[in-house]
Design a protein around this ligand. Structure first.
Ligand SMILES: [Zn+2]
Length: 156
């Protein structure tokens, strides 16, 4: 495990309230430029700028880890101010996602409208499509994608 440089107490108690501000604050604290951070986590500088201007409100687990490493902080420091901050580690697990996807699929097949995106809470665009299974038998598929974020219902 990588050792994190501890954040000075006066900053730890006064961390900025949004992801954008907090990334900027921690980058400044570490005396890094946008370019330094981008290089350290292999993001484009544009991506780091987008994050600092609030165009991206949350990170994937992988990106969060990369950015946290670059800023020498615990990923939790970023996670707690991401837009989906009501989520917890359980909600990021594969089992949870699969369970959620299964429930959404059932809702769609039951004709439910206005299903919420599990990622951002936006409304999902849902449809039912006819298809064939591997053995050529007709089956119906539930399709859904989010209108606001990249979430897509994966086949399960
Ligand atoms: Zn969404």
């Amino acid at each position: 495990m990588r050792q994190f440089k501890s954040i000075p107490a006066e900053i730890r108690d006064n961390l900025a309230p949004t992801l954008a501000q907090r990334i900027n604050q921690l980058r400044t604290l570490r005396n890094m430029t946008v370019k330094d951070v981008a290089k350290a986590c292999r993001f484009t500088t544009q991506r780091v700028e987008d994050l600092e201007s609030g165009l991206e409100l949350w990170l994937s687990a992988t990106d969060r880890q990369l950015l946290a490493n670059a800023l020498a902080i615990e990923p939790q420091v970023l996670l707690e101010v991401e837009a989906k901050s009501t989520t917890n580690l359980v909600k990021e697990s594969a089992a949870y996602n699969q369970q959620k996807a299964r429930a959404i699929k059932e809702d769609i097949l039951e004709g439910e409208k206005n299903i919420e995106c599990p990622n951002c809470g936006g409304i999902l665009k849902c449809s039912i499509q006819d298809g064939l299974d591997i053995e050529g038998r007709p089956i119906i598929f539930a399709k859904a994608f989010c209108l606001k974020c990249p979430w897509v219902l994966k086949e399960i």
